[in-house]
Design a protein around this ligand. Structure first.
Ligand code: C5P
Length: 410
């Protein structure tokens, strides 16, 4: 497919290099069309080297080939990342004062704009009106992410992560089912473990297993062979997909055993289950009775093994990608993401998907949002939306990591 990648003059222009790389790795030909301002952020040689194509900014460069018309007619997809407030305004007004805006006027293929700017500029009625105009014309304008901006300020205005931009763009042209996990063996744990106190009582948690199930199904759709280790997941929720083998477990010890034996032959392990950190030191063989003096015996707990940390520290298979999930809340010491960063470094998993939980967030049948960190606690991607959207975002990050590892190995 032939893609035109427009780049405008925001600080996030450097991230367009990753967008370019992902598009190239997916096998597409990319012509980069920066604005003059974008070239002040990232120079022409970078774009030419990464794309292997000439880079022009002006309609008068190479005028004999009428480049803006040729580019527009030949493109199957246009992506502009980052799209500044100025670009949105020029595109909404139909201006054609450089090669990028002229190209936008000649294309008939899907167009995706990924805005990035300071929050005030994004929220300004002029920008919002321009976005509404563009969307009404059928242009896909992504909402910017919220988070840290160029200076110390934060809010909506961040460029969405490159992997998210690329998957949204490719979805527009329906490049067919993604089969990037074909031949891959995957283990996903889901649900929440229960630690019995006696034959009728247990210590447990609220995990429904929905996110883990969405992960297992998304992997199977993308071609993987999946073992889903489901801890106390409602039977009606369990998937019946030919690519997903389900193993049901109850306790942390059972989950550990099932995950480790499947992981020995797996390329990727995703620990989405909420695993009990502690279990009762003793399990009564009979129902614990009320005591005559109404003072119950204290429950003595012992610590469970940390299955994720074990898998990360002592790899069962070379090159295996180990992924964890961390549900976090902020507290007086730090916000949820800061706790996530510390956990990423502590656990040593290749990727840790951190989601903020609390009122209306994270648990059960509700939308989800995760920030994906690497083992150093650096943000590598963000994914949000339904649990299926988050699952696909996570697999995008996993496949990007596997591709990067293969490139390094070569
Ligand atoms: O430390 P925390 O429980 O927040 O870490 C969450 C991540 O660690 C999840 O991926 C979970 O599946 C995993 N975990 C584990 N074994 C434990 C506790 C958590 O594998 N005992």
């Amino acid at each position: 497919m032939r893609v035109v990648l427009g780049v405008t003059g925001g600080i996030a222009a450097y991230k367009a290099a990753y967008v370019l790389r992902l598009l190239r790795e997916a096998g597409h030909r990319v012509r980069v069309v920066p604005t003059e301002a974008a070239l002040r952020m990232v120079g022409r040689p970078t774009w030419e080297a990464l794309s292997g194509e000439p880079v022009r900014t002006d309609v008068f460069d190479d005028a004999e080939h009428v480049d803006h018309v040729a580019l527009g007619r030949g493109a199957d997809l246009v992506v502009v990342a980052p799209a500044t407030a100025d670009l949105l305004a020029r595109a909404a007004a139909g201006l054609a004062d450089d090669l990028l805006t002229a190209t936008l006027l000649t294309v008939t293929c899907p167009v995706l704009l990924a805005p990035a700017m300071h929050t005030e500029m994004w929220l300004h009625p002029a920008t919002q009106a321009n976005v509404a105009t563009l969307r009404a014309r059928g242009v896909t304008v992504l909402d910017p992410d919220s988070g840290r901006l160029t200076g110390t300020d934060s809010g909506p205005g961040r460029l969405p992560e490159p992997a998210a931009i690329v998957s949204a763009a490719l979805a527009l042209v329906g490049t067919g089912p993604v089969t990037d996990l074909a031949g891959c063996t995957v283990v996903v744990s889901a649900g929440g473990t229960r630690e019995p106190l006696d034959p009728v009582r247990f210590l447990g948690n609220r995990s429904s297993g929905r996110q883990g199930i969405a992960l297992a199904l998304a992997a199977a759709r993308r071609g993987a062979r999946v073992t889903l280790v489901a801890a106390n997941v409602e039977a009606a929720l369990l998937p019946a997909h030919p690519g997903v083998a389900v193993e049901r477990v109850e306790t942390t010890a059972e989950l550990r055993e099932a995950v480790r034996s499947a992981a020995a032959g797996a390329d990727v392990v995703v620990m989405a289950a909420a695993v009990a950190d502690f279990r009762p030191a003793a399990t009564s063989g009979h129902k614990i009775k009320k005591t005559a003096d109404a003072t119950p015996d204290p429950i003595v707990l012992v610590q469970n093994p940390d299955i994720l940390a074990e898998l990360a520290t002592h790899r069962l298979r070379a090159g295996q990608v180990v992924v964890g999930f961390a549900a976090e809340t902020g507290d007086a010491d730090a916000d949820a993401l800061a706790h996530g960063r510390a956990k990423a470094r502590r656990k040593g998993a290749d990727l840790l998907a951190v989601n903020e939980v609390g009122a209306g967030l994270g648990f059960g049948d509700v939308p989800n949002a995760v920030t994906i960190l690497d083992a150093d606690g650096e943000v590598v991607a963000r994914a949000q939306g339904s649990k299926d959207d988050v699952a696909d975002g996570l697999w995008d990050a996993v496949t990007a990591r596997r591709r990067a590892a293969t490139t390094i190995d070569r």
